[in-house]
Design a protein around this ligand. Sequence first.
Ligand code: PLP
Length: 239
Amino acid sequence: MSIAENIARIEERIQKACAVSGRKRDEITLMGVTKFHSGEKVLEAWQAGIRCFGENRVQEAAEKFAGLRERLPGAELHLIGSLQRNKAKVASELFDCVQSVDRPSLILELGKRAAERLAERERPLPVLFELHTGEESKRGFAGIDELCKAAELALAFPALRVRGLMTMAPNTGDESLLRASFRQLVKAQQELRRRFPPQADGGWDWSCLSMGMSGDFEIAIEEGSTLPRIGGAIFGERL
Ligand SMILES: *Cc1c(COP(=O)(O)O)cnc(C)c1O
């Protein structure tokens, strides 16, 4: 199967999940997760309509996308893997969104770096907060209290634009566990919206829910995902 064929199949499945849950297709952006895959495959996905790409390592993304960005006009590149503080500067320059913000010290560092980015390129840095909802590695903020503290901290940095939440569900075929995980993210979004209402001038909002991967994206969409992150089902298993 070609990448284009894989994407066409996923597209059908996304539309079915939208129909089942009464959602609109245009609320959802399909991210292609290109970690372990070459720049040529990125281009193939681009040609098949993917406009948002995810990488989980700063170094790999920097090397792969260095000569690629001008061939992908308007594309977004998001960091979805955990970020070390000493790579925050490079990350703030390279990525259009850091989805894996998972601790206060990283908010402080990214806030500083985002201010430099804003001064140089007049672009604030969009970020998502990662919530731990049952995935094995225990990545992400532990719960709503931690998220609220993170919000207070991040909202003090005008160069950071909080856009929503991301999570990884546990690696399981158990549908009830998957739904419970995604529902935790939706519930956290509702609570954050109540406590930190979105700003009319676009300073921050909670609209993005980055959830769902190759094995569970239909369930994630039924539960409200706006940004499923799909690697294997588009690009095949890693080499
Ligand atoms: C690799 C990865 C994905 C994509 O996973 P697949 O199962 O290959 O679709 C999504 N999110 C994160 C954070 C990842 O690291």
